[in-house]
Write a protein that binds this ligand. Structure first.
Ligand code: ADP
Length: 868
């Protein structure tokens, strides 16, 4: 049955008591205002009003309206609703399922009630989940100092909690996790409103009581396993309670909440992550991101692990070294044969385990689990010969659980169905009771075949058939032509146009036997399958550990493969703060160019001597690419990966901030300049001597002088007040004069060559300052008319004449050279005011008559006001 807008239902509604049904609908809808209500009407789930409008758009199904009031309406068949529900959940909506509860009465309105609410953060259905992304539900509650945040991925059992000091870091961490759904405590107030684009549910106080939370946690994980401060317990407890209500199954696979600190990892804020296109590119997809270049994983768990390594780069040198050692060992190994084959057959073991442990798995999931465990065994064996600590640890954690695989193999048929209700789940020979019922039904079928043959002989009708259908059960069918030969003991059952259907007492008895054997078998199969699931679920911990280790191995293999293919090297990570890169390349741009087309560049930065590197050069010369590649190399290094360079040495970086490119945020009604200044303000706090700051074209969104002034003072501020490493790219070549005044400022520029009046970009970063901005040459390349360019050159000449003062010093830096007090005076007074001030200083009140004093006052006043 295809989805349709329910024309028949419209008629049905009108026929039933119209107002009654809609009144019932509205009273139920009231309880689930934030969910799309699937309202069961006969064979359809119907949606009305706004729900219908939203759903018809997302599901691409036709919207009609109820005939009388014109209420919008659309519907989907109840037996194939799952894919539609999945699409709504993927779009971030909740779905409430409202079923009919038959009373036996044939007249009047059927009672209905909500039987389940499905939410995006509490499902583990393959249809809804994205294979390569985590599916977090996050819970937020204010804590004595800041906020507590708990996040659960019910598809894998991961459960983590952390405390954030203020609302900005809370929002940052939520954006980094990217939860599918957030539940918030009432006290969260307007902060909840800033979680735009996320599915948000506010839960009342009862969910956040620390005692109730502690109880729920203790009940699930046992009291000694976790001891969380009250606010963290409240967040974890609320997540748990909400899951228990909505998930509708066992939660035996959840791991106890694990405490972490956002500051244990290299922090790259949301804006910088987007600028750097770390896990998604500017078009919102993975394509074109760093992740897409590094991701050669074969399993979904591996892909998810890699994404989280890039989002959470390490600040622990030993842990980074362990990943590097593993990649180095894999670099020279044969990753094609057994390893690749085993990884290719494992599938999404992590989520399979989640479904089995929550007893939501179907027979086919179990079969996949068996195959995955067999492949995991091969993987463990293939890693047997490796020596690095991380590979040994992962291989050691893989437990292929042969007894579990054996149990599944013994119990299930070779090709089990998706759902238990379809039958054919349990292997013959596994259970005597099931064998008996199966034999009974099979036997009865052969008895039926014999009965058919006998009746044909008795009646002499060759075309007589014994058939079965769901409504009438078993029957004997005789065509009209042979009807008079039907024996007297045949009871008429149904009349068709060309045939008559009969039954006999013997057939009835057989039918009873077959049907009861078949339904008995299905029931028994369901029971046996559940027992199987339970006994497999008893191994959840080992299974989950195995799945995680497989994901990590896959991730390491992928990084090693990419490193080898693309010529990456192992970076040297030390305790210092200097950063040197030789022949660095932008990993994504390089991957998109032909071999050798990307021009590699070096970097030497050191907070003690080369702290602020000013990079000048025309637009399109490659400045922002250079900035980004430095940040990406640092992130790759701290994620444990090899890097796109021929050599790299670095200390650990604690934060990366970027201000790259100007873009309007029109959605929030902010101009380019406002966004730019806001981002600049944001990055001035919290800089340490381990921070890396990338600034590209600061001061672009306003007038030249304003912009230059802000860029200049920002550079001074950063040099004087911080020891962060700063790459400052600008097209204001005037800024290069800063290097004359500030010891740790060094000039770099993008090499360009002038060739017959044109500029040629060499894409090489060299020491020194750009002599000019080359804006007009770039404009020429872009095809502006010659006469316009000529005039621009003339104007530029005029402007440049006034740049240096009589001493050959840049006028722009003048304030600092003549002393701060004078500079302030210069700023405060216009020439007229200055004249009046001088005159005032020269006045001697003791020698003035009152009239002279009045006149002087009058004159001074006029002078200051600018009057003649
Ligand atoms: P800018 O920031 O100076 O305006 P970009 O960094 O945006 O310049 O670079 C402009 C274009 O030049 C990029 O889109 C890229 O295609 C190319 N490019 C930049 N750096 C390199 C490089 N090192 N090698 C090859 N092409 C490059």
């Amino acid at each position: 049955m295809p989805p349709r807008a329910g024309a028949a239902i419209v008629a049905a509604i009108v026929a039933v008591k119209t107002t009654g049904l809609i009144a019932q609908y509205l009273s139920i809808k009231q309880k689930v205002a934030d969910a799309i209500l699937f309202f069961r009407l006969g064979d359809f789930y119907e949606m009305f009003f706004e729900d219908a409008e939203v759903a018809s758009r997302i599901l691409d199904i036709q919207l009609t309206s109820r005939s009388k009031e014109g209420a919008p309406l659309c519907g989907v068949p109840y037996h194939s609703a799952e894919p539609y529900i999945a699409r709504l959940l993927k779009a971030g909506h909740k779905v409430a399922i409202c079923e009919q509860t038959p009373t036996g009465a044939s007249r009047g309105l059927m009672p209905r009630q909500i039987v389940r609410i499905i939410t995006p953060g509490t499902v583990n259905d393959e249809l809804v989940l994205s294979a390569d992304e985590k599916n977090y539900l996050s819970a937020v509650v204010p804590a004595p100092e800041g906020f507590a945040l708990a996040s659960v991925d019910v598809s894998t059992g991961e459960f983590r909690v952390t405390q954030l000091g203020n609302s900005a870091s809370l929002l940052e961490e939520i954006r980094r996790l990217g939860p599918r759904e957030v539940i918030a405590a009432p006290q969260l107030g307007e902060i909840a409103g800033r979680l735009t684009g996320l599915s948000l549910t506010r839960l009342d106080d009862s969910y956040w009581e620390p005692e109730r939370a502690a109880e729920a946690i203790a009940l699930r994980f046992g009291p000694p396993s976790v001891c969380l401060p009250p606010a963290l317990a409240a967040a974890a407890g609320a997540a748990l309670l909400y899951l228990q209500q909505t998930f509708g199954a066992e939660l035996g696979h959840l791991r106890p909440p694990e405490l972490y600190q956002a500051s244990q990892y290299l922090q790259v804020d949301e804006v910088s992550r987007a600028h750097l296109e770390l896990v998604v590119s500017s078009d919102g997809t993975r394509k074109g991101s760093l992740l897409s270049v590094l991701d050669q994983t074969r399993t979904a768990a591996g892909a998810r692990t890699l994404a989280s390594w890039l989002l959470y780069p390490l600040l622990d040198i030993d842990a980074i070294h362990r990943r590097q050692d593993a990649i180095e060992e894999l670099f020279d190994a044969d990753l094609g044969g057994a390893i690749s084959a085993a990884l290719g057959r494992i599938g999404d073991l992590e989520r399979l385990v989640g479904r089995v442990a929550s007893l939501k798995a179907g027979p086919r999931d179990c079969l996949k689990l068996r195959l995955a465990l067999e492949a995991a065994g091969e993987l463990k064996q293939a890693f047997g010969g490796f020596r690095s600590a991380e590979l040994c640890r992962c291989a050691g954690e893989i437990d292929p659980l042969p007894e579990v695989a054996g149990q599944i193999a013994a119990a299930l048929t070779d090709e089990p169905p998706m759902a238990v209700r379809d039958g054919g789940v349990i292997r013959p020979g596994y259970h005597p009771g099931a064998d008996e019922l199966r034999a009974l039904s099979l036997d009865a079928r052969s008895v039926i075949a014999r009965l058919e043959a006998r009746e044909r002989e008795r009646t002499g009708i060759g075309s007589l058939k014994v058939r079965y259908n769901q409504v009438f059960g078993y029957y004997l069918e005789i065509t009209k032509a042979h009807l008079e030969r039907a024996p007297a003991d045949y009871e008429r059952k149904q009349t068709l146009v060309g045939a008559e259907r009969f039954t006999t007492p013997e057939l009835k008895e057989l039918e009873r036997k077959i049907l009861s054997a078949e339904s008995g078998l299905k029931e028994l199969e369901a029971e046996l399958f559940l027992n199987l699931l339970r006994s497999v679920a008893a191994h959840t911990e080992a299974l989950a550990r195995t799945a995680r280790a497989v994901g990590q191995l896959d991730c390491l293999v992928s990084l090693a493969q990419v490193a080898r293919r693309r010529g990456y090297v192992r970076p040297i990570i030390n305790n210092g703060t200097a950063l040197t890169i030789t022949d660095g390349r932008h990993p994504v741009l390089e991957a998109n160019l032909k071999r050798g087309e990307f021009v590699p560049n070096d970097l030497q930065a050191d907070p003690e001597t080369r702290q602020l590197l000013l990079i000048t050069g025309p637009n399109m010369a490659g400045k922002s690419t250079y900035l980004r590649q430095v940040a990406l190399i640092v992130i790759m290094a701290q994620a444990g990966s090899f890097v796109s360079a021929t050599q790299a040495t670095m200390g650990l970086v604690d934060r990366i901030f970027t201000r790259i490119g100007a873009r309007d945020d029109l959605r929030r009604g902010e101009s380019t300049f406002m966004v730019e200044m806001r981002e600049t303000a944001r990055l001035l706090s919290g800089l340490s001597d381990r921070s890396l700051l990338l600034l590209d074209e600061v001061g672009r969104g306003t007038s030249t002088f304003d912009g230059l002034a802000i860029a200049w003072s920002l550079a001074e501020y950063l040099h004087d007040r911080t020891r962060a490493t700063i790459l400052f790219a600008t097209h204001f070549h005037e800024l290069t004069d800063l290097a004359r005044e500030r010891p740790r400022v060094k000039n770099l520029c993008m090499a360009v060559r002038e060739w017959g009046g044109d500029v040629v970009f060499l894409r090489r970063v060299i020491e020194g300052a750009a002599s000019r901005s080359y804006g007009i040459e770039v404009a020429k390349l872009a095809g502006l008319p010659e006469s316009l360019l000529l005039r621009a050159r003339e104007i530029l000449n005029n402007l440049e004449q006034g740049e240096l003062d009589a001493n050959g010093m840049p006028r722009l830096a003048r304030g600092r050279q003549r002393g701060a007090a004078q500079a302030r005076q210069m700023d405060l007074f216009t020439p007229a005011e200055k004249r009046a001030l001088d005159e005032l200083k020269a006045l001697d009140p003791d020698r003035l008559t009152p009239i002279e004093a009045l006149n002087a006052l009058n004159r001074l006043g006029r002078e200051v006001r600018g009057e003649k």
